[in-house]
Design a protein around this ligand. Structure first.
Ligand code: PEP
Ligand code: MN
Length: 334
């Protein structure tokens, strides 16, 4: 309450809380009175219903806005299991492949090289969320079929993005993990549908979103009963323009502290340039990431999407060796 507030105003706040079935604790200081309101931990009641009352200086929510994703809700780490591969355990899960599925030859070659190098899942976009409508939008359903073919041939789970809520069931038929892209982190209709599908999902961080907004968005998935949620840090927009995005490395320990969900890192979209990817990938593993999502193309010079940030097969092979050493040094393996 404001300094100099009247007893009547304090009573008004107390009455309001009681009328909503909430408990109240009064803390009467020398200058100020603080009214602690107890029992609204779901976030369903807006703080504004108190902020507008006479005499109120400010209303501070003590509980986090995210619930189901929080460590308070679940103290042990969550593991997401995909065809026997656990994400969130001792193993650092490397998911690699091209930005987009372009052709049978390209995706098969990509699958072969990433598998040989020790990646345990294949990535590849069939539906691409492109900034411009004139850019290659992906092969759509044909791309999904090619991914399924690669999954069969190389016995690797596949990860691919779903952009449209109407495509969730289609993409779920082909993908072992659905990916929600950065631009869709707060597409709540999409999150709700994926939540209902109960399909494993990677939720990328919106590049203009805080960690709190990211975890709160993940609550949409958990609230529908989908607990197979993996977070993916992929960089945020800052004033820095020497990289495509600024990788927020600190979000990894922050997530580990406040959430039970596994978190992986996409160094490719953060870097925007192949030369920067290895250092960022290694930093992520050192910082405690549970996995990496890396763009690898059999021939980046010919890539239809994001060739500049894609590693060649030989660069990827070298990086995997370096990553093994980093993983070992932090008590993990690849
Ligand atoms: C991607 O991984 O293909 C992608 C489009 O990434 P982001 O959503 O992080 O930009
Ligand atoms: Mn991309």
């Amino acid at each position: 309450m404001r300094i100099g507030t009247t007893q009547e105003e304090i009573d008004g706040v107390v009455q309001k809380a009681k009328s909503l079935g909430l408990g109240v604790q009064l803390n009467v200081g020398t200058d100020k009175t603080v009214v602690a309101i107890l029992g609204s931990n779901t976030g369903q009641l807006s703080t504004e219903i108190f902020a507008v009352l006479p005499g109120v200086e400010c209303v501070t929510r003590i509980m986090k806005p995210y619930k189901l994703t929080s460590r308070e809700f679940k103290t042990e780490d969550s593991l997401v299991s995909i065809s026997g591969i656990e994400v969130g355990g001792k193993r650092v899960v490397v998911i690699a492949g091209p930005g987009a599925v372009e052709s049978e030859e390209q995706i098969m070659e990509a699958a072969k090289v990433v598998k040989e190098c020790g990646a345990c899942m294949l990535r590849g976009g069939a539906f691409k969320p492109r900034t411009s409508p004139f850019c290659f939008q992906g092969l759509g359903k044909v791309g999904l079929e090619l991914l399924a073919q690669a999954r069969e041939q190389f016995d690797m789970p596949v990860v691919t993005e779903v952009v449209d809520p109407g495509d969730v069931s289609l993409v779920s038929k082909y993908a072992d993990i659905l990916q929600v892209g950065s631009r869709n982190m707060q597409n709540f209709a999409l999150l709700t549908d994926i939540g209902r599908s109960k399909h494993p999902v990677i939720l990328k961080r919106g590049f203009a979103c805080t960690v709190t907004e990211w975890l709160t968005a993940a609550d949409y998935l958990l609230a529908e009963g989908n607990s197979q949620v993996i977070l993916c840090e992929r960089g945020i927009r800052t004033f820095e323009d020497t990289t495509r995005f600024s990788l927020d490395i600190s979000s990894i320990p922050v997530i580990k502290r406040f959430s039970h969900l596994p978190v992986i890192v996409d160094p490719s979209h953060a870097a925007g340039h192949y030369a920067l990817v290895p250092a960022i990938a290694k930093a992520a593993v050192a910082a405690g990431a549970d996995g990496l999502l890396i763009e690898v193309h059999p021939n980046p010079k010919e890539a239809l999407v994001d060739g500049l940030q894609s590693l060649t097969p030989s660069d990827f092979a070298r990086l995997m060796e370096e990553l093994r050493a980093i993983a070992k040094s932090v008590g993990r393996y690849i």
